[in-house]
Write a protein that binds this ligand. Structure first.
Ligand code: NZQ
Ligand code: ZN
Length: 392
């Protein structure tokens, strides 16, 4: 295990009706003038937004509202949010929604305190200052409720990029599993896939002797394999939703990723798909992960065989560990298919003619990138093109 620092100070309120604590928590973390940020309307329809507003009013906290965050959140709304924060003297941002809303709130929070263009943070500048953020989560998926990350798409060129910094960790996150019951099954499944991807990206490491984090990841993956189908079958299963929601937070606040190198090739390659075709991030990952793993498997066949045995209950073939490794990847693909995710390029609406450009952007960004995706392995543009072709 390598040395590390880990600082994850988010306060979590988990369980039924916890959204009614929003006002109390904003106050506790110093907010007096709030920007409530939300998405395309699910929180209006469910009545959640009204409950959150009532909770703020009860504490005499004033607020402005900015809705309209799209899945794969765009830079345009971020600029609008930054202007509102400056004009109205906002001192706290409350995101009510999914990863897209939370990520947009984070970008606004950093941009509001920065003299330059907020996009600088999405081109590598560390986020060291941001307005405080709180979240009321409505989908178990991205893990942004506990992570120091945010992913935004710049409309010009449809570039999807991430930014990071401790200032992006929410001050508090409210997790009521009941709020996720209104999700369409496809979004529930996309969330499950994203959570599993966050675990796989950390499992694929070049660091030896990382037993504690290996075992934590395996436990969370096994939980997802058990609870995922339960919730797809019965969307009202509170306990299954509760287990998935907490697993989603644990999968991405990096408690499972400390002290080890991580991969993130699947995410980098997927981000091109959701930027170009505007597909759900989880759906893109369902198509991407098996292809990336098949392509990179021989880099450390034993690691893939290990996850196959420990997580998917495959039987170890000591003479041919590559067979066991492949079987594990096949189990993952079949599982994702069984919960309703696409597993081919075609199902995503992706096209062969876009492969070269997507592979270029994945490796070079808008021209300034290194030319490689470096993680578990080192992939160049040709490798990435080959991986996209494996998805067909
Ligand atoms: O916009 P509304 O109307 O709220 O509808 C949303 C949206 O259409 C809907 N939804 C959410 N909760 C609902 C609901 N519908 C009914 N009932 C509910 N309770 O679901 C759709 C998807 O929402 P979104 O916020 O986009 O989902 P998710 O949480 O999966 O976020 C995806 C984004 O997060 C990024 C992804 O790239 C993508 O842009 N990621 C962020 C990360 C981070 N910040 O740490 C890490 C991840 O790897 C990921 O890249
Ligand atoms: Zn993800």
């Amino acid at each position: 295990m390598e040395g590390f620092t880990f600082y994850a100070p988010t306060y979590f309120a988990f369980g039924k009706e916890t959204e009614n604590k929003a006002g109390e928590l904003v106050k506790r973390f110093g907010g007096s003038k709030v920007l409530i940020h939300y998405g395309g309307g699910s929180v209006i329809k469910s009545g959640l937004l009204d409950r959150v507003k009532a909770s703020l009013t009860k504490e005499n906290i004033s607020f402005e509202e900015l809705g309209g965050v799209m899945p794969n959140p765009r830079s345009g709304l971020v600029y609008k949010g930054i202007d509102i924060c400056r004009e109205k003297g906002i001192d706290f941002i409350l995101a009510v929604g999914g990863g897209s809303t939370i990520d947009s709130a984070k970008a606004i929070a950093a941009g509001a305190l920065y003299d330059g263009d907020f996009w600088d943070f999405y081109e590598g500048k560390t986020v060291d200052k941001a307005l405080p953020i709180g979240t009321v989560l409505t989908i178990a998926a991205a893990g942004s409720e506990g992570s120091p990350d945010s992913v935004i798409t710049k409309e010009e060129g449809m570039l999807k990029r991430g930014a990071s910094g401790e200032a992006y960790r929410p001050k508090f996150s409210i997790l009521n599993p009941e709020l996720t019951k209104t999700l369409p099954p496809y979004q529930t499944a996309a969330g499950i896939t994203d959570i599993m991807a966050h675990l796989y990206e950390r499992y694929l490491t070049n660091t030896d002797e990382v037993e504690v984090t290996d075992r934590m990841i395996e436990a969370l993956l096994i939980t997802m394999i058990k609870e995922g189908p339960r919730v797809i079958e019965d969307p009202n299963n509170y306990q299954a939703r509760a287990n998935i929601m907490w697993a989603g937070m644990m999968a991405h606040n990096n408690s499972c990723g400390v002290g080890r190198t991580q991969d993130w090739s699947s995410h980098t390659i997927e981000h091109e798909l959701s930027a170009v075709y505007d597909c759900a991030h989880g759906a893109g990952l369902a198509v991407t992960m098996p292809a990336v793993f098949t392509y990179t498997m021989n880099h450390d066949v034993n690691r893939f065989a290990q996850i196959a045995c420990r997580v998917w209950d495959c039987k170890m073939d000591f003479y041919h560990p590559e067979k066991t490794a492949k079987e594990g990847i096949e189990c993952l693909r079949n599982f994702l298919k069984s919960i309703g995710m696409p597993v081919t390029f075609e199902e995503l609406g992706a096209k062969e003619e876009d492969i070269e450009k997507m592979a270029y952007t994945a490796c070079y960004g808008d021209g300034n990138g290194s030319g490689y995706i470096k993680g578990f392995t080192k992939l160049d543009q040709k490798d990435v093109e080959n991986i996209y072709r494996l998805m067909m």
